[in-house]
Design a protein around this ligand. Structure first.
Ligand code: MSP
Length: 513
């Protein structure tokens, strides 16, 4: 069986879940559902990043010990994933025993291979990013040292182990060249290549100033640098250090690590270097998506404009929100969240688009065909063209999903919806009722069969709404995978259909008080 391994970043638990967490998780979910429907054995991983200085500080501020703190806040992320209907197969926490074991094994492997040595770090560190910076990367603002990300840096001097990153530049460049799709989108790939070409210093991979982390084996004063710890989660969840484990053999190397653009360097530079240095294959792809702004403004806690995903769901609906986030912005670009754009999408694409097409087709079937799947007679060229367009969708979607082009995939699906709308207007089945019942049945059958295709391919994006649509077409639950997207599995004429119900209501603005 074909396998597919996809991961979200693991989320820092000090923050409340926001749109960024929802967005990466959703993109992975859409991808994972697509692959499952396409017959793959999928492993979809998410989880929480619970060690490091930032989390230790947050626990201190909350006045509880870090373990109790992370036990509590990690739950918020599980709840978020459940609320947005994310179908992850596992949820990893970096404070779990299995993860400590994996991190220490990877450490020992790197040490054994001479890739790690003991030294002393003296330089800048940004707790917010959990990242090291060189002097020339920083700006002086009001006497403070500020990283390009906007995070404030502090001067750190401590004994530290180092990973010999400086020795990996050429091998990384060769790896990028041999794997042109490793970093997507392409613009991001170029950015990473110039960073590596500019020369890299060895990377500090242990800390002695903090204690909240995975202990370095046989070095009680050191805990591992939180990014080495965090990245290793992708191995832990599939059984590392047991590289003979069934899950490890099936799923490593991962197919995609989905990340935001701000954490690309960790995934596309450090991570493949760690892995290659430990004698393991690098993942097949790192996809860096863009960032959302809120009504044109950068999202930040201090501006008070953080978007709460749960509030979005409550206001606009689950599948509506999922649709908007995947459709509005080409995946990889930055995007703006605007209320008006959201409402426009709901009303024109969902209510007037797929919702209206389903409603007008199904209600005519209910009224004029006795609530049974109509019986088609001979197909005209127009009928055949529409059915063909529906059947052509899958190969097209596969190639778009292969490069994570989710919004283009939705464009393609909406292309068929628009074609079906034109078809129904031209064929006017309501008029045929009086003149040619057989032709009316054929037209309505073609529409119902087109809706079956649309319902099946929309499942990754809008699982609830598309299943409601497939229920209304009486498509059995075990006949909804991509293997059923062919004429052999077409709707059975004469099968009774349930009473049609609207799938996407219009969004009506509540009157201002
Ligand atoms: N813990 C690290 C990841 C470790 S992975 C081995 C981390 N966590 S995070 O919680 O801060 O970030 C989670 C994700 O949210 C990142 O991919 C980040 O890019 C994303 N976003 C945060 N704000 C965002 C927006 N405003 N818009 C879109 N995504 C954004 O980083």
């Amino acid at each position: 069986m074909k396998t597919y391994y996809i991961t979200t970043p693991i989320y820092y638990v000090n923050d409340v879940p926001h749109i960024g967490h929802a967005y990466t998780s959703l993109a992975c979910d859409v991808m994972a559902r697509f692959k499952r429907l396409d017959g793959y054995n999928v492993m979809f991983l998410s989880g929480t990043d619970e060690h490091g200085q930032k989390i230790a500080k947050a626990a201190e501020k909350a006045g509880i010990d870090p373990q109790a703190f992370t036990d509590k806040v990690s739950q918020n992320f599980r709840i978020l994933l459940k609320n947005i209907n994310i179908s992850n197969d596992d949820f990893i926490r970096t404070t779990e025993e299995r993860h400590k074991k994996a991190c220490q094994a990877l450490w020992n492997e790197l040490l054994k291979r001479g890739e790690i040595y003991l030294g002393k770090y003296a330089g800048w560190y940004a707790m917010r990013d959990e990242a090291y910076y060189t002097e020339d990367e920083l700006k002086d603002v009001d006497g403070k040292k500020i990283a390009p990300s906007g995070a404030e840096c502090e001067w750190v001097e401590e004994p530290s182990y180092f990973f010999k990153l400086s020795a990996w530049g050429d091998r990384l460049l060769k790896f990028y060249e041999e794997n042109p799709d490793f970093i997507l989108p392409i613009s991001r790939r170029n950015e990473v290549i110039s960073f590596v070409k500019s020369g890299m210093r060895d990377l500090s991979v242990s800390r002695t100033a903090i204690t909240w982390g995975v202990p370095v084996p046989d070095e009680p004063k050191h805990v591992m640098y939180v990014w080495l710890d965090a990245l290793t989660n992708y191995l832990t969840a599939i059984g590392y250090p047991d590289t003979n484990a069934d899950t490890f053999k099936k799923f490593w190397p991962a197919d995609v690590h989905m990340v935001g653009k701000d954490i690309l360097r960790f995934h596309a530079v450090y991570w493949p270097a760690f892995l290659m240095a430990a004698g393991l294959p690098a993942p097949k792809r790192v996809f860096a998506h863009g960032w959302w702004t809120n009504e044109g403004q950068k999202i930040s806690k201090s501006l008070g404009n953080v978007i709460d995903p749960v509030e979005l769901l409550a206001t606009y609906g689950l599948d509506q929100t999922r649709y908007f986030l995947m459709r509005e912005v080409p995946f990889g670009n930055d995007g703006d969240f605007a209320r008006e754009a959201m409402i426009r999408r709901i009303n024109s694409d969902l209510a007037n688009g797929i919702g209206n097409l389903a409603q007008r087709s199904l209600s005519q079937i209910a009224k004029n065909c006795g609530g049974l799947v109509p019986t088609p007679k001979e197909y005209t060229d127009k009928d055949k063209a529409l059915l063909q367009s529906a059947e052509n969708l899958l190969p097209h979607l596969r190639s778009l999903f292969d490069v994570q082009s989710f919004s283009k995939a939705l464009d393609a699906i909406w292309g068929v919806i628009a074609e079906a709308d034109r078809y129904v207007d031209e064929q006017a089945p309501w008029a045929l009722k009086k003149t040619d019942i057989a032709r009316m049945e054929t037209v309505l059958y073609v529409l119902a069969e087109t809706l079956r295709h649309l319902g099946i391919v929309l499942q990754p994006f809008m699982p609830d709404a598309s299943n409601a649509l497939l229920d209304q077409l009486a498509v059995p639950a075990d006949a909804r995978s991509f293997a059923h997207l062919n004429a052999a599995n077409a709707l059975t004429p004469g099968r009774p259909l349930p009473a049609p119900q609207g799938i996407f209501p219009r969004y009506i603005e509540a009157a201002k008080p």
